[in-house]
Design a protein around this ligand. Structure first.
Ligand SMILES: Cc1cc2nc3c(=O)[nH]c(=O)nc-3n(C[C@H](O)[C@H](O)[C@H](O)COP(=O)(O)OP(=O)(O)OC[C@H]3O[C@@H](n4cnc5c(N)ncnc54)[C@H](O)[C@@H]3O)c2cc1C
Length: 374
């Protein structure tokens, strides 16, 4: 029987599995998803105070749609032999979907081992446990990009926050349009912003900054920089500066075997004529659906579908200052404050796939373009 192997159980991997199962529709096709943990981790919620609430049991997603879960890390991909080595087994595949996501790029500096992060459930849990019940703590958050801003504004309600940014503005990659709203929120929450400054070293109980200041801190949280998972290096294809594999509009990797698809943070798909996708759950989900559909369609002799994502938006949680919802690649502010927060909460509910409900999961898997009604 033909076999699809999917690596990774993030948004891309889970939705690839559901889309492949939907296309299978009773035909002979085995689908195996390889991932080390028993849950889908909703990474966009890892900045919250209780990150354990942001997980979904994989059994409730995969069992109802008859997708096998092999609980292991994939260690090696042999593209020529069409095999994956995982947890001591060798899995043969007819089509592979690589969806192993991204990693925070950790800095090499003195005391780096003392840094906290919110990149993984393990990391977020360690930070949450460390700060839980502490009165009036000080946290130094390094990086004022999307993640750094959400971490800083969330913590500001609970302690003193120093936000350190190497650039001369906050949210350097978010562009100038939403910046006044962000600056206003940081101001209102009393967050101390240090621009043109980086982290020099971490010591027990302190952060040493590039300007020589030593800030006494209960936690120093690193948020800057993401890179595609290193398994991408085992696929002989072009990669971009984030380590992402070049894929066509069907999410097929541009490599000789033609049997490898990639989706989510490991894949650099074109969003439109001027942009590549962002490493975001907003793009990982439709990419996963497209890759899963096309991997199955390829084996069953059906038509492929094109990657057709909904218009680009962003939504930033700004803690007690509300939220910021922007539209378009120039990030025009559409909603802010309480309304912005409502949209953020709506999105965070919607990214959670339905559990123990094959019908709804498969129906959603068939909808690549899910617009946001705001
Ligand atoms: C704090 C934070 C906030 C964010 N906020 C937003 C937001 O507001 N909006 C937004 O759109 N995006 C946001 N993102 C980005 C978003 O979370 C990612 O882009 C998204 O999770 C990517 O999905 P993915 O499926 O490609 O990878 P991931 O979610 O990273 O999942 C990868 C999966 O692969 C598995 N895996 C890894 N290596 C292997 C291996 N060797 N073998 C087998 N399995 C493996 C992992 O265990 C995991 O199951 C945020 C990210 C963070 C960290």
């Amino acid at each position: 029987m033909p076999h699809i192997v999917i690596l990774g159980a993030g948004f891309a991997g889970v939705w690839a599995a559901a889309a492949a199962a939907r296309v299978r529709d009773g035909a002979d096709l085995d689908i195996t998803l390889v991932a080390p943990d028993d849950e889908l981790v909703l990474r966009p919620r890892m900045y919250e105070a209780e990150p354990d609430r942001a997980t979904v049991p994989l059994a409730g997603l995969l069992k109802p749609i008859d997708v096998r879960h092999r609980r292991a890390w994939a260690e090696r991909i042999d593209v020529e032999r069409r095999e994956v080595h995982a947890g001591g087994d060798v899995l043969g595949y007819d089509r592979l979907v690589l969806a192993t996501g991204s990693r925070l790029v950790r800095p090499e500096l003195p005391g780096a081992g003392l840094l906290f992060d919110v990149d993984t459930l393990r990391g977020a849990r360690r930070l949450a446990d460390h700060l839980r019940g502490r009165e009036g703590f000080t946290a130094v958050v390094v990086g004022a990009g999307f993640t750094g801003l959400e971490v800083a504004t969330e913590l500001a309600g609970r302690g003193r926050v120093v936000l350190v940014e190497r650039a001369d503005v906050v949210g350097p990659d978010l562009g100038p349009t939403p910046r006044p709203s962000i600056e206003d929120a940081l101001d209102r929450l009393g967050i101390e912003v240090r621009l043109r400054t980086s982290l020099h070293a971490v010591e027990p109980g302190a952060a040493v900054l590039s300007d020589g200041t030593r800030v006494a801190a209960d936690a120093v949280i690193w948020t800057a920089g993401m890179r595609a998972d290193a398994l991408t290096e085992q696929v002989p294809a072009r990669r971009d500066r984030l380590g992402r594999l070049a894929v066509d509009r069907w999410m097929r990797v541009e490599e000789p075997s033609g049997a490898v698809f990639a989706a989510g943070d490991v894949a650099a798909a074109r969003f439109d004529d001027s942009h590549d996708v962002m490493q975001s759950c907003q793009h990982a989900t439709p990419m996963g659906k497209t890759a899963g559909h096309n991997a199955a369609a390829d084996l069953l002799g059906l038509e492929p579908i094109d990657f057709a994502p909904a218009p680009y938006v962003t939504c930033l949680d700004l803690g007690a200052a509300g939220g910021l919802y922007t539209k378009g690649w120039d990030r025009q502010v559409a909603l802010s404050g309480e309304r912005g927060k409502e949209v953020k909460q709506w999105i965070m509910r919607r990214i959670q796939p339905p559990v123990d409900d094959a019908e709804q999961l498969l129906a959603l898997a068939g909808m690549v373009r899910l617009p946001i009604p705001f």
